[in-house]
Structure formats: structure tokens, C-alpha cells
Design a protein around this ligand. Structure first.
Ligand SMILES: Cc1ncc(COP(=O)(O)O)c(C=O)c1O
Length: 432
């Protein structure tokens, strides 16, 4: 691919020069005529959702839900796929399904979307944040081990930005300490880890189908598992568990507070079409990332995404790291200059969840510190700044990304993105 290198001695847009990125942007859109037709047929049928919250055949939803779940299980090679109305609800169902008790601790990444951790709080359990490693931005197995206490019952691992976490090591730690593992695979559909799809490695995996994911149904999600008991408990929590326990003759009543996490027939019909296109959409992101990497590879002090052995990266975002000791210019200043060049979807931070007010103030349910202050919690979790130095350092000084989930990219836009970066790098002296 032809990259543009003749940027030396151009005035940066930040300092009044011309912008590099001038193309019009279109929002990322994975929906085509097939989805329109599928949704139309459902609307015309009048059967927009067939779920009933009582123990009869419709407890499992209508024909499109069942077709979608079967297609999902066939694609991802898993026994149970449970369609839900968001990844957030899927995570909540997953934490309930594994049998978490109030006051249990669950280890989670501080570098994910807030819902990954609130799914723990919802069950009156306590999120404990372990640090990430800087190669893939996923949970660091060594930090997980350090954070295990007698109260730890589970780990929620996120395959952040589209790259798998170190799942074998994490599963080995979990087995050693008798912990359950949930994979928040919201950002990595179709990513592979050592021959398996991410999301299918842990006890339960959860996918997101919200509008900025590789494929979507507007809002939506899917929980997957190979475990019969967990599959059943996910289905129960999705659909008013408490109302069907007696008739269904369920023995384990724990966490059988049911919700309405049901997906509609319209979303399922759209999901069936979207799933067929997932491999192509994932490949499209991989191709965009490869072209961007080719054009940015030689910029000193800019680290491109790492892809570990036997892993694929499906690039929800393209994470980059800036090394100020090489550039002589801070990440913040570089970020500002790239944004001023008009380059789209440039972020400089991701969540440091433990630093959100909900954890800093410990106000979740009511205003008196519940569940941390409850008698049933016997631990001493800390959310102080400094507990996750790698994740915190990323936001403070090092991290930057290109959120390819937000816009459509073609070769011209890729070339202009590369040109914007290269112009900034060729003129770093203007920023010093
Ligand atoms: C890592 C992660 N977890 C959870 C979620 C929540 O997903 P949803 O919007 O489907 O509830 C997201 C959404 O962006 C996410 O990226």
C-alpha cells in the first residue's frame, strides 16, 4: 500500500496548518438488505416476541430466537447459546448462574467497560480489580494470583479490543483455586485462541450485539456455555426464573431471581443474517488494521498491536502505545495534534474502572456503602489509585487508539489516517 511520507516541514493543523484527513465519514454499518428483509418478515408476521415467563414451550422463545441460538452454537461450536437483550444482561445472568453469593469476591479487569464489573455488584458480590499486562491490555495472570483471597469465587476476563486474554494460564489458575471463569467477549467475536473461538474457552462466555460491535442487532447479546447446569440457569435467569422453578422441578434455587433479559424475534432474525457475515466483517477489520500497521510501522516510539502466538486479533479498536522517552513529546500533545489533523476516532484513554465514583465513593445500592459495608462481606478490597499501575499508566501517559468500530474505512481514509500520523511524527519538533 502506498503510504504518504512527504510531510516533513509542514505546519501542523494544531498550529494553524491544513488538515490531513479531509474525507467525509460514514458510521460503521453492518446492516444490509438481508437484515432489512428478515426484520420486515418478522414485523409482518406480527410475532415480535414469543417468550412466556412460565413453564411451557414458549419459555424458550419463538422460532427466530431458536434458529438464531442454533446458528450461534453451530458457528461457535458450543452446546448452549442463550440470546439476551444486551451483553450487560448476559454478564449479569452469567454471574448469577455460576452461583455467586453475597460477599464473594470476583476478580475483574480495570480496563474494560463498566458493565463487566457492575454485573458482579448486582449480585451483592465484590469486584476486585487485578492489573492488566501491556502487551494485549488483558488481565495479567500474575496479578490475578496476587489478588486471590479466601473469598474469591470467580474471575471475569475480558478479551479487550479483539485480542484474547492469556486464557490457558487464567483457566489453570482458576482450576487450581476452584474458581469459575466468565469471558466478557463483547469486543472479540470470531477471534481465535489456540484453535477455539474466544468466548468459548471459559465456563461461560458473553458476546455483545450492540450497534458498534462487529455485528449487531441494535441491542443484544449471547451467553454461551457447554455446561448443562449453567445453560439451564442462564435460560432461567433470562426469563423470570422464580416463576417457573416449581413447575420445572429445579433443585438449586440460588440466584433464581429472574429478570426479563429476553431478545425479540426481530433482533434474532437480524442476528441470523449478521452471523452469516461475521467472518467477512472480522476479516475487513483485520485488513484495515494490517494496512494501517504497514503505514505506521516505522514511526519511532509508536507501538502497534501485539498479536500473541496462536491468537487472532479482530480489532474492535487498534490499540497503540506512545513512548515519550523516544518521541520527546507527551502522548497528550501527540494525541491533540493527530486529532487536529482531522484523523477520526482517535482515543487517548480507556476506562480505569476502579477509579469510577461508584468504587471511589463505594456508593452502589442506596447511599450507605452497601454491599461493601454489609455484615456478609468479610474482606478488605482496595480501590485506591495505584492498585493497577499498568492500567493507570496507560491512561496517564502511554495509550492511544484508533476506534475502527465507529467508522467505515476505505483505502483513501486509511491513507489519510496514516498521513495524519506521519505528519505529526515528521514534525514532532513543532510540538516540543
Ligand atoms: C468489554 C465490554 N463489556 C461489556 C459491554 C456492554 O455491552 P452491551 O452494550 O451489549 O450491554 C461492552 C460494550 O461496549 C464492552 O465493550
Amino acid at each position: 500500500m502506498n503510504t504518504i511520507t512527504a510531510n516533513a516541514k509542514q505546519k501542523l493543523a494544531l498550529l494553524g496548518g491544513p488538515k490531513t484527513f479531509t474525507e467525509k465519514l460514514e458510521r460503521y454499518n453492518s446492516i444490509g438488505p438481508e437484515e432489512v428483509e428478515a426484520a420486515k418478515k418478522v414485523v409482518e408476521s406480527g410475532n415480535l416476541s414469543q417468550f412466556l415467563g412460565c413453564w411451557e414451550d414458549d419459555f424458550y422463545g419463538g422460532p427466530k430466537i431458536r434458529e438464531f441460538e442454533k446458528a450461534w452454537s453451530d458457528h461457535f461450536k458450543c452446546k448452549y447459546s442463550v440470546a439476551v437483550n444486551s451483553n450487560t444482561s448476559g454478564l449479569m445472568a452469567a454471574v448469577g448462574a455460576i452461583g455467586i453469593e453475597p460477599g464473594d469476591e470476583v476478580i475483574v479487569s480495570p480496563w474494560t467497560m463498566s458493565a463487566t464489573a457492575t454485573a458482579i455488584l448486582v449480585w451483592n458480590a465484590i469486584p476486585v480489580f487485578a492489573d492488566i499486562e501491556d502487551r494485549t491490555f488483558n488481565l495479567d495472570p500474575a496479578s490475578i494470583e496476587k489478588n486471590i483471597t479466601p473469598l474469591t469465587k470467580a474471575i471475569i476476563v475480558t478479551d479487550i479490543f479483539g485480542h484474547p486474554a492469556r486464557l490457558d494460564e487464567i483457566m489453570a489458575i482458576a482450576r487450581k483455586h476452584n474458581l469459575k471463569v466468565i469471558e466478557d467477549n463483547a469486543q472479540a467475536p470470531n477471534s481465535m485462541y489456540r484453535g477455539k473461538y474466544t468466548g468459548t474457552v471459559a465456563d461461560i462466555g458473553v458476546f455483545s450485539l450492540n450497534y458498534h460491535k462487529h455485528i449487531h442487532t441494535g441491542e443484544g447479546g449471547v451467553c454461551v456455555t457447554d455446561n448443562d447446569k449453567l445453560g439451564e440457569r442462564l435460560q432461567l435467569i433470562r426469563n423470570h426464573a422464580e416463576a417457573v422453578l416449581r413447575d420445572r422441578k429445579v433443585d438449586d434455587y440460588s440466584n433464581m431471581i429472574g429478570f426479563n433479559f429476553r431478545m425479540t424475534e426481530i433482533e434474532a432474525a437480524i442476528g441470523i443474517e449478521q452471523l452469516k457475515k461475521l467472518p467477512a466483517f472480522a476479516q475487513k477489520k483485520i485488513d484495515v488494521a494490517a494496512k494501517l500497521a504497514e503505514g505506521l510501522r516505522d514511526l519511532p516510539g509508536l507501538r502497534l498491536p501485539v498479536i500473541e502466538k496462536d491468537c487472532t486479533h479482530v480489532y474492535y479498536c487498534i490499540p497503540l502505545l506512545v513512548d515519550e522517552s523516544v518521541t520527546g513529546v507527551s502522548r497528550n500533545r501527540i494525541h491533540e495534534a493527530i486529532v487536529a489533523e482531522g484523523v477520526p476516532a482517535i482515543g487517548k484513554a480507556y476506562e480505569n474502572i476502579h477509579l469510577l465514583p461508584i468504587y471511589q465513593k463505594r456508593i452502589a445500592y442506596g447511599s450507605r456503602g452497601f454491599p461493601w459495608t454489609a455484615d456478609f462481606y468479610k474482606g478488605k478490597v482496595s480501590y485506591e489509585k495505584g492498585i493497577c499501575p499498568v492500567a493507570e499508566g496507560m491512561n496517564e501517559k502511554r495509550y492511544m487508539n484508533i476506534a475502527v468500530c465507529l467508522f467505515e474505512y476505505n483505502d483513501v481514509k486509511i491513507a489519510q489516517t496514516i498521513a495524519g500520523f506521519r505528519k505529526v511524527w515528521d514534525n514532532l519538533d513543532q510540538l516540543r
